[in-house]
Design a protein around this ligand. Structure first.
Ligand SMILES: Nc1ncnc2c1ncn2[C@@H]1O[C@H](COP(=O)(O)OP(=O)(O)OP(=O)(O)O)[C@@H](O)[C@H]1O
Ligand SMILES: [Mg+2]
Length: 311
C-alpha cells in the first residue's frame, strides 16, 4: 500500500489535486481518499455527502471525511477511562468535569487526527493508494510532529516510573516483606503502567517508521506567488526537520500571465526541497470551481503519472 499526503498553504489546491490524483489513480488501482481537514470539502468536490465512514464513489475509489469532533471526544473518553482504571483510588478526581474541560484543550484535535491516520493505515489491507488531504500547513505540521514529541514524553515518563518503582522497592525492603496491607508491585517487567507506556511507544515508533518509509510520499502543493512560496519554505523546513519524505512538488494554478513568477517560485521551492524531488505544473483550469463548474476532479494534467514516476 502506498500512502500520499497532499500538503500546502490554505487555498493552494490541496483538496482539488488530491481528488484529481485519487480519481485518476482509481482508473488502475484501488484508492481511498481521506480528508483530514476540519473544514472538509471533499464531499463538495465529488458532489456527494460524506461522513466518518468510507463511501464507495466508483469501482476503484472510496472517500471519507474524518469527523474530528467525534474522534476527539472518543479519544478523550478512552484516555479518561484508562485514567479512571489506573487511578481507581482517586475518587476526588471528577472525571466528567475533566472531560468537559479537556475537550477544548490544545493538542486534542492533533491527537485525534493522528489516531485516525493510524487507524486507516492499520485497517486498510485491500487498498493500493491511501491519499490524505491535509489541513493547511500549521495544523498539519503540528499533528505530524506529535509522534516525535510524544516519544520524548513517553521516554521521560518511563524513566520517572522506573524511579518510582525503585523507590517503592527500597521502602518495601526497609519495612520488610509481608508487613503491608498489600504488597507493593515493584517489578518493572510486570508493572501495568510501564507496559502501557511501552505499548504506546511501540505504536508511535511504528507509525513514525511507516510515515518515513519508501511507501510514503509527501506532496507539497504551492501557487506561483510570493506568499505561497514563503509558506512552502516553512512547510518544507518542517517536513525536513521531522524527516518526512517529500517526493513531489506541484506548482498549481499557473497561467500564461504568471508564468514568469511561476518559474522563479519553482526555482526557490525546488532548491529548498533538494535533489530527487519531482516538480510539476498544473495550469489554472478555466471553469473549475465557477458557477457552471466542470467536475473539480477533472484536471487535465496526468497527476497519477506524476505520482507514479516520482522517486
Ligand atoms: N488547477 C486549478 N484550476 C482552477 N481552479 C483551481 C485549481 N486548483 C484549485 N482550484 C480552485 O481553488 C480553490 C481552492 O482549492 P482547494 O479547496 O483545492 O484548496 P485547498 O488547498 O484544499 O484549500 P484549503 O486549505 O482551504 O483546504 C477552489 O475553488 C478550487 O476549485
Ligand atoms: Mg482543502
Amino acid at each position: 500500500m502506498k500512502v500520499l499526503f497532499f500538503t500546502g498553504k490554505g487555498g493552494v489546491g490541496k483538496s482539488t489535486l488530491a481528488a484529481a490524483a485519487a480519481w485518476q489513480l482509481s482508473q488502475k488501482y484501488r484508492v481511498l481518499i481521506v480528508s483530514l481537514d476540519p473544514a472538509h470539502n471533499l464531499g463538495d468536490i465529488f458532489e456527494v455527502s460524506l461522513g466518518d465512514k468510507k463511501t464507495s464513489f466508483s469501482d476503484g475509489l472510496q472517500l471519507k471525511e474524518v469527523d474530528l469532533r467525534k474522534r476527539a471526544k472518543a479519544y478523550l473518553r478512552s484516555e479518561i477511562e484508562a485514567l479512571a482504571g489506573t487511578y481507581r483510588y482517586l475518587q476526588v478526581l471528577n472525571l466528567d468535569c475533566c472531560f468537559s474541560v479537556l475537550q477544548y484543550s490544545p493538542g486534542i484535535e492533533e491527537y485525534a487526527l493522528l489516531t485516525s491516520i493510524e487507524e486507516t493505515l492499520r485497517d486498510e489491507n485491500d487498498i493500493d493508494y491511501v491519499i490524505f488531504d491535509t489541513p493547511p500547513t500549521g495544523l498539519t505540521l503540528r499533528f505530524l510532529a506529535l509522534p516525535a514529541i510524544t516519544l520524548t514524553w513517553i521516554d521521560r515518563l518511563m524513566d520517572i516510573r522506573r524511579e518510582i518503582l525503585k523507590k517503592r522497592y527500597t521502602i518495601q525492603k526497609i519495612r520488610g516483606p509481608g508487613k503491608e496491607a498489600h504488597t507493593l508491585d515493584y517489578d518493572p517487567e510486570s508493572d501495568a503502567l510501564l507496559t502501557k507506556l511501552e505499548t504506546m511507544r511501540a505504536n508511535y515508533q511504528a507509525l513514525g517508521r511507516t510515515l518515513r518509509s519508501e511507501s510514503c510520499s509527501f506532496v507539497v502543493v504551492f501557487n506561483p506567488d510570493i506568499l505561497s512560496r514563503r509558506e512552502s519554505e516553512r512547510l518544507l523546513d518542517g517536513l525536513h526537520e521531522l524527516r518526512f519524505p517529500v517526493r513531489l512538488l506541484i506548482d498549481n494554478k499557473v497561467t500564461p500571465e504568471n508564468e514568469q513568477t511561476a518559474a522563479e517560485v519553482e526555482a526557490d521551492v525546488g532548491k529548498l526541497a533538494g535533489e530527487n524531488v519531482s516538480l510539476e505544473r498544473v495550469r489554472l483550469a478555466a471553469g473549475l470551481g465557477g458557477e457552471n463548474r466542470e467536475k473539480l476532479y477533472y484536471i487535465a494534467e496526468d497527476i497519477a503519472s506524476y505520482i507514479e514516476k516520482s522517486p
